[in-house]
Each structure stands twice: as C-alpha cells, then as structure tokens.
Write a protein that binds this ligand. Structure first.
Ligand SMILES: C[S@@+](CC[C@H](N)C(=O)[O-])C[C@H]1O[C@@H](n2cnc3c(N)ncnc32)[C@H](O)[C@@H]1O
Ligand SMILES: [Zn+2]
Length: 262
C-alpha cells in the first residue's frame, strides 16, 4: 500500500532488507526501531513542526495513566474496527490509539506523524503496526483506496487525501476536542463540530456524532504533563492537582458517492 513519496513517482514501495525501494530505485532506510522516514524536502514546510520529544513523552505518560482509556473505548465503539480492516491514523502521535485498536481488534494499522520523536516512540512500543514519518497535510504516501478506515484524533484534517486513500464505502473518524475538554487547565474551548463537518462536506457525509467525556483525579505531575502535551509549559503558576475533564466529539463520516459510482 505504501507509495513512493518522491514527487511524480508514486510507485509501490517494497521491502528490500533494511530498506524500502520502488521500481525507479528510490530507497528509504528502515530505522532500527522499525519506522520509515518518508518526508520529502517539499513536505518539511509546515506551520507546525510536529510534537517535540518532551510533548510526546508527556502525552505518553498521560495515556499510560489510563485517563484516556474511555476516549479510546469511544473511538473503537464508533469506528467498529474488525480484523480484516486496514486502518490509517493521520497524526498518530506516540501510537496509543492505533496501537491499542490493532492489539484489541486485530486489524492492519498504519500510523503517520510529522514528528520523528512521536513515530520513534510508536515504533518502539507498538510492533503490530507500520509507522511512517510524513506530512499528513500534504500527499499521503499510500496508493489510492488503500484503507477501510482513516482516523484523525485531535490531529490532521486533509479532506482530499483522506478521500483518495479510503476505499469506496470506507469510514473516516475525526475526533475534535469538545468545549469542556481540559476546561480546568485551559478554560472553555470552542465548539468545533460544525466547522469540522463543513471542512469535510465536499467529500464526506456525517453519519454519527458522539461526545465522549471522562473526568479523572490527577496529581500535580500529571497536570504538568497535560500542559506539556498541549504545548503550554507551566510558567509562573504552579500546576494544581484536581479533577480534569477529557471530552472529545467523535464524528464518523462516509465518503460521498461520486457521480461516476452513482
Ligand atoms: C494533539 S497531537 C494528537 C496525537 C494523537 N492522535 C493522540 O491523540 O495521542 C497532534 C499530532 O499531530 C502531529 N502533527 C502535527 N502536524 C502534522 C502534520 N502536518 N502531519 C502529520 N502529523 C502532524 C503532531 O506531531 C502530534 O503528534
Ligand atoms: Zn520512487
């Protein structure tokens, strides 16, 4: 399913020892931990460089506390992955959602993130998936119609590429922070559902919308990790222990049928 990212190539990439190689001879090293960096010079231009190693480590500690487990259960419940499915996670971070879904549902998982630190962490822990460094806002390094499901968990939104890599009748799950998400740490957020549905409207129709909310008691170190994970390192004020709200709007879309199929 992997396609060569070199501009104008897009030939299939096949494993050749410690490399991936296309028929035109472009090749990419497989890192010791198992991931592949397919970032091309033109893909490096991004408004956000991807998560720092510090933010990745903080997010992993939070997932490891179990506070996001109810969110994962909600994602799996809406996405309904099954063992024959191929699933892409765009902006997968350190791999918690995709790695857990693949471990629990037996599908084939591919994770993409712009951050080498995030993909390195994902590849070290979740050996059950394929992990790629790529810019999900640009061309995704996969052939057309490669996936039964694409997910984006508080991450990238690339309507054109998600539509291209999904199989006909596939599903797209987009999770956005609900207004109450982390309200104790960063105040009330925006309502994002309408804007997100609009973003995908040209190629996708919304088939389900579910809000999943969980409150957890967190100590000071965990609250500080939250701030690091959302890029707001503690400044003068001390992180206070207390109850924290985690809340996501889970939006399930189906590709609109094209004129050709109709
Ligand atoms: C808020 S984090 C969410 C990570 C993961 N989905 C989770 O929920 O644990 C957003 C992720 O998007 C990644 N990212 C930012 N820009 C990106 C891009 N252009 N392409 C791919 N990933 C990107 C960041 O490195 C980060 O891992
Ligand atoms: Zn090539």
């Amino acid at each position: 399913m992997l396609a060569c990212p070199v501009r104008g190539c897009q030939r299939p990439l096949a494993r050749d020892g410690r490399q991936l190689r296309c028929a035109s001879g472009h090749c990419f090293d497989v890192a010791r931990s198992g991931y592949v960096n397919l970032l091309q010079p033109q893909d490096k231009k991004s408004k956000q460089p991807g998560d720092s190693a510090e933010a990745v480590a903080a997010r992993r500690r939070l997932h490891d506390l179990g506070v996001t487990r109810p969110l994962l259960d909600g994602v799996a419940d809406v996405l309904k992955p099954c063992s024959s499915n191929t699933v892409l996670d765009a902006g997968c971070g350190e791999g918690f959602y995709l790695g857990s879904i693949v471990a629990e549902h037996g599908c084939q998982g591919c994770g993409v993130d712009l951050s080498i630190a995030a993909i390195e962490a994902a590849a070290r822990r979740y050996k059950n998936c394929e992990w790629i460094v790529a810019n999900a806002d640009r061309a995704l390094p996969y052939a057309d119609q490669s996936f039964d499901a694409v997910m984006s968990i508080t991450a990238r939104m690339n309507t054109v590429e998600f539509a291209r890599v999904l199989k006909p009748g596939g599903r797209l799950l987009v999770a956005v922070a609900a207004p109450e998400d982390l309200i104790e740490v960063r105040g009330r957020g925006k309502e994002r559902v309408e804007r997100t549905v609009d973003e995908f409207r040209s190629s996708f129709e919304l088939v389900e919308s579910r809000r999943v909310t969980h409150r957890a008691e967190m100590d000071r170190a965990a609250v500080e990790d939250l701030r690091l994970a959302i890029y707001r390192p503690m400044q003068s004020e001390e992180a206070a222990a207390g109850l924290v709200t985690f809340s996501l709007d889970l939006l399930l879309f189906r590709p609109r049928r094209s004129m050709m199929e109709a």
